[in-house]
Design a protein around this ligand. Structure first.
Ligand code: ADP
Ligand code: MG
Length: 341
């Protein structure tokens, strides 16, 4: 096969057979990607959680980003959604629209990255579509996971009095985007590469999410920013939330960046791409949540609580409310504000 896609007819069958079919091994229902569909076994005790995220060159990644990392991020942002529901991933499907003339080398490196994560997370690629496009390279991945019937952790399950928790550290994704794009003069090189790595290659919190089934009342993953995403849980649950800015867990790198520029707090609390889990659990589950975090090796931090009302209130160390009215977090009077207001 030549190094580029022919302009008129994409040899999609060869691409599928060579690059993608090997990733379906281990899932007989995928039929080695040689039929029209994949067959998923029905199981009366479980539900299948399904999610899809798409990435467009020039929008969600840069055309010169390493293709293996593009594949792995595409995989991981989807697995993060399954993790947030407590579902265990078993299969993914890929729709790939390659511009005419896409390098075969790019596709091979993309498939190699996908293969690495297929192996790491124990999933199979069970189908998809491969087409050419006059537009930018566009990739969409569907991830399927299994969760015990009726036990998925939904956004709508929070109860007043619940403790609000987050996993890992918050803000690395948003600061990492900046670090990956522009570097960061004035910040230690180790911190810069840590942040860029957190942006490029998120870690879906799958073991934590699965362990939270039966413990957490509500949950989601932090992809659009902590405050906005907690706002989604508030709306879905018909409640409000109060979190303490000082309790939000920060990596050493983000803490160091914040020490040089306090206004970065806005990006930490409202930026996106963290792919940490945000969940609520009753106060009596606190020990169990902490034990789970220790068992799976992921930090879990209580940052606030759910209450009657609406919107997310972020308070500073003095109990004053922080608000984001003009593009930056600032001190605000002690009135309640909606998420992302
Ligand atoms: P159709 O003609 O119905 O579009 P295809 O010939 O495109 O079917 O696909 C053949 C098989 O290859 C199907 O099982 C399909 O799910 C799979 N497939 C196609 N593209 C991909 C891809 N990018 N990743 C995984 N599986 C794929
Ligand atoms: Mg097709």
């Amino acid at each position: 096969m030549s190094g580029t896609l022919p302009a008129s007819s994409v040899d999609e069958f060869q691409i599928i057979a060579d690059l993608f079919a090997p990733l379906s091994r281990g899932y007989p229902g995928a039929l080695n990607l040689t039929d029209d569909v994949a067959l998923l076994a029905a199981d009366p005790d479980h539900e299948t959680a399904a999610t899809m995220d798409a990435m467009v060159a020039g929008v969600h990644f840069l055309p010169d980003d390493p293709p293996d990392l593009v594949a792995r991020k595409l995989m991981r942002v989807n697995l993060s959604d399954l993790a947030a529901k407590g579902a265990r991933p078993f299969a993914v499907m890929l729709a790939a629209a390659f511009p005419r003339g896409t390098d075969l080398d790019w596709m091979q490196r993309f498939a190699a990255g996908l293969a690495a994560d297929v192996a790491e997370f124990g999933v199979s690629l069970i189908g998809g579509d491969t087409v050419s496009t006059p537009g930018p390279l566009t990739l969409a991945l569907t991830a399927l996971g299994k969760v015990a019937k009726g036990r998925a952790i939904l956004r709508s399950g929070a109860q007043a009095g619940d403790v609000v928790w987050v996993s890992g550290s918050i803000g690395d994704g948003a600061l990492g985007l900046r670090a990956a794009r522009d570097g960061w003069p004035g910040l230690a090189a180790g911190h810069v590469s840590f942040l860029a790595g957190r942006y490029r290659l998120p870690s879906p919190r799958l073991s934590l999410g699965a362990g939270l089934v039966g413990l957490a009342h509500a949950g989601m993953d932090v992809s659009d920013g902590l405050v906005q995403d907690l706002g989604h849980i508030c709306r879905a649950s018909g409640l409000g939330a109060r979190i303490e800015a000082a309790k939000v867990p920060l990596s050493a790198a983000t803490a160091a960046a914040l020490a040089t520029d306090q206004t970065l707090l806005a990006s930490v609390l409202a930026g996106g791409d963290d792919y940490e889990l945000l969940f609520t659990a009753p106060a009596h589950a606190t020990e169990a949540v902490l034990n789970l975090g220790r068992r799976v090796g992921v930090a879990v931090t209580a940052i606030g609580s759910m209450a009657e009302g609406e919107g997310v209130r972020v308070v500073d160390a003095n109990g004053g409310t922080l608000s984001l009215p003009h593009g930056g977090w600032r001190h605000f009077s002690a009135t309640e504000t909606g998420a992302g207001a």
